[in-house]
Design a protein. Sequence first.
Length: 329
Amino acid sequence: MVKVTVCGAAGGIGQPLSLLLKQSPLISHLSLFDIVNTPGVAADLSHINSASKVTGHVGNEQMEDALKDATIVVIPAGVPRKPGMTRDDLFKINAGIIRDLAVGVAKYAPKAFVLVISNPVNSTVPIVSEVFKKHGVYDAKKIFGVTTLDIVRASTFVSELINADPAQLKVPVVGGHSGVTILPLLSQVEGTNKLTQEQVEQVTNRIQFGGDEVVKAKAGTGSATLSMAFAGARFTLAVLDAINGKSGVVECTYVNLEADAEGAKAIKQVVGDDVAYFSAQVQLGKEGVAKINAIGSLSDFEKKLFEAALPELKGNIVKGASFITDAKL
Ligand SMILES: NC(=O)C1=CN([C@@H]2O[C@H](COP(=O)(O)OP(=O)(O)OC[C@H]3O[C@@H](n4cnc5c(N)ncnc54)[C@H](O)[C@@H]3O)[C@@H](O)[C@H]2O)C=CC1
Ligand SMILES: O=C([O-])CC(=O)C(=O)O
């Protein structure tokens, strides 16, 4: 039995993400949790003729049923940005939402893989980790920040420039998931040597601020939901493939570097000892993180991007972790 619970399932990301997951034969029970509207979403999705069972759960009193025995918990719960806001501006509201959901997961599904979509990801992942530590159920190998949308965007934008197939083109994007902390490594992609430095800088900026492009176009009605649902489903299905024993599953994802002490060594040589969380190319296995791959070679331009990213990333991590370490749960 593979149960996947989506927390925030009635939202802009939650609904299309649940639709995509309903199509997967790897899932036997899709459990939809939110503070509103999940009975309707669940009734609707349950008419789709794929094998999985769909259940809807609303509010804290139904949280245990929603979460218990879950193999994977995906969390797109919380408020999205409006124009003019940074992802960090969401901390005020989303930190508390993520803390409370993490307490529920730590109590009712302590062995689940937790996939955090809610922003600011750079801080919400440390929040989940610290809650799990306080409950004595922490396993760094199983808690992931979903940065797949950065990878999806990078494949799209770069392939337009080098005339490649976007579905096949892999562009590593490491670091964090906000503005300058998003670090696309174009120099590692075959075919990008054709680009001028100006093109490299422009497309790097577009990847870093792709979220803002959508926020602006949606003009106050929210941020990326459909492309995020696609990216979230891709990452969830990759985790499921790895759980099912598929080898060679590698995705960029934001993890605590403790998840692979050996792999972390090479990364820390580049980012320093005091960066606890980093999105890297991660090999996924049955137990979660199997190996964190090295960052690889960087161009001079990319080295400068790292310098700009690290102070903000470290600040975001400390802000998230101390929200829990300084609190009583
Ligand atoms: N990691 C990434 O790449 C991306 C992250 N996001 C983030 O995802 C989050 C959700 O975005 P949208 O779906 O557009 O927002 P939305 O407002 O459309 O949906 C959020 C859902 O969360 C629910 N919710 C609120 N508090 C809850 C709680 N305590 N328990 C369960 N559910 C709760 C709401 O009722 C709502 O249905 C935002 O924080 C956004 O910034 C968005 C795009 C990309
Ligand atoms: O930009 C936002 O606020 C939502 C997000 O994380 C993204 O689209 O990458």
